[in-house]
Design a protein around this ligand. Structure first.
Ligand SMILES: NC(=O)c1ccc[n+]([C@@H]2O[C@H](COP(=O)([O-])OP(=O)(O)OC[C@H]3O[C@@H](n4cnc5c(N)ncnc54)[C@H](OP(=O)(O)O)[C@@H]3O)[C@@H](O)[C@H]2O)c1
Length: 381
């Protein structure tokens, strides 16, 4: 049987999601062709990927000194915007951190490419614009993030009777800490996530639960569902990745071993369920219990503040994403304490003057304003 290979453009190919996407390509070599790879700094990892996958385009953002390393392979440095619109690209995997995927995502949608979305910041900051454009261009946005991906798996074929979405949260490394000890947590402790191996930014965001607020916003935009119908449930084992409760009271849950390659595979194989021997299967006999708890708002004060800010729309989500990025960076560099992430966010939000119905440039300007302002505000803590 001849399978039509899907052409992939992977933005952020050297990161945690990017590398796991390439694992899926390795597992299903007849299904995918890597057309384009984009990275920021990590030239050595990108070089290995070029040797293995021989893409048509590469994009390398930083470090002009190292660009000459690419010339022996005959590459020019493309922009992400240019490569995602190439006719050979069918699916754009948006897996950069921060907001660097935002403009490439917009350009890809305009060129009628499907998007496999890991980069939640983009949809959180520009949900209105991305939703409108994706409808106009009749393209799909496949969620890679495990929670919205789980919702997608549960909701399939049943989207008329949804009562509420239940997003699960493990609570990250903070889960077993006393509230009184939070100010003393070191980056090393917070980076030690009990269940998931991820990039450093999202690992810290998982411990403040800002990541969970971003996922609520992501689900609101992706599934076009009211904010009030999205709930959070603490589930320490990270076995149930999310659930959907239907009007008749039935609840469907998606369960699997915590491994991002499964949602990536489900999205890229376009909902076809295929055996991947590299993915560990769940043995329910060995899982003695699945626990659920209410969110402790005192332990995770960033959650409510972030969610309320995201609901405001306009330029507020961009400011939240920008200030959070600086706060996490400063925490990782031991410049602020873990609980000062909240203080810094509160300070930036208190001085933001929002723009109504912003365009993409105003959204990016607000993000960059908050990111920069954060360094100044941190000096005053
Ligand atoms: N990791 C997870 O399990 C997970 C789960 C769900 C959602 N997500 C979301 O997925 C996104 C990526 O997360 P991650 O954990 O994979 O991050 P990561 O490990 O930090 O990787 C980020 C990737 O983006 C690249 N990059 C950054 N800026 C770029 C730019 N301007 N141009 C081109 N490439 C650029 C980096 O390149 P270099 O390596 O060269 O720096 C790297 O390849 C985030 O939005 C995160 O919230 C991640």
């Amino acid at each position: 049987m001849v399978i039509d290979k899907k052409g992939l453009a992977i933005l952020g190919s050297t990161g945690s999601i990017g590398q796991q996407t390439l694992d899926i390509v390795r597992a299903f070599p007849n299904n995918f062709q890597v057309i384009a790879l984009a990275a920021n700094n990590n030239i050595y990892s990108l070089e290995n990927q070029i040797k293995e996958f021989k893409p048509k385009f590469i994009s390398f953002n930083n470090d002009a000194e190292n660009k000459h390393l690419l010339e022996p392979y005959g590459y020019f440095n493309s922009t992400m915007e240019n490569m995602v619109t190439d006719p050979d690209v069918d699916i754009v995997i948006a897996a950069t951190n921060s907001c660097s995927s935002l403009i490439p995502i917009i350009e890809a949608i305009k060129a009628k490419k499907d998007i496999a979305l890991a980069n939640k910041e983009s949809i959180v900051m520009a949900g209105n614009l991305i939703s409108k454009l994706s409808k106009e261009n009749n393209i799909n946005i496949f969620p890679l993030d495990s929670e919205p991906n789980a919702i997608w798996q549960c909701i399939k074929g049943e989207d008329l009777g949804v009562y509420k979405l239940i997003l699960t949260a493990s609570g990250g490394a903070v889960r077993n800490q006393k509230i009184s000890d939070l100010s003393r947590l070191t980056p090393k402790q917070v980076l030690n996530h009990p269940n998931w191996e991820m990039g450093s930014k999202i690992t810290i965001d998982s411990s403040t639960l800002i990541n969970k607020a971003l996922e609520v916003a992501e689900s609101h935009w992706l599934f076009n569902i009211e904010w009030e119908k999205i709930e959070i449930l603490m589930h320490p084992q990270s076995i149930i990745h999310s659930m959907v409760e239907f009007n008749d009271g039935s609840i469907k849950a998606q369960m699997s071993h915590p491994d991002m390659r499964l949602p990536i595979q489900y999205a890229l194989l376009q909902e076809k369920r295929q055996i991947n021997p590299n993915l560990k299967r769940l043995d329910l006999k060995k899982i003695n219990q699945l626990n659920f708890e209410q969110l402790d708002k005192n332990k995770y004060p960033c959650f409510e503040l972030s969610l309320e800010t995201l609901k405001l729309g306009h330029t507020w989500p961009a400011v939240l994403c920008g200030i959070d990025e600086t706060a996490v960076e400063l925490f990782l560099k031991n410049k602020i304490q873990f609980n000062q992430i909240l203080t810094l966010i509160e300070k930036a939000l208190s001085i933001h003057r929002p723009k109504q119905n912003p365009d993409i440039q105003q959204i990016l300007d607000s993000f960059n304003w908050a990111k920069k302002e954060g360094y100044q505000l941190a000096k005053e803590l």
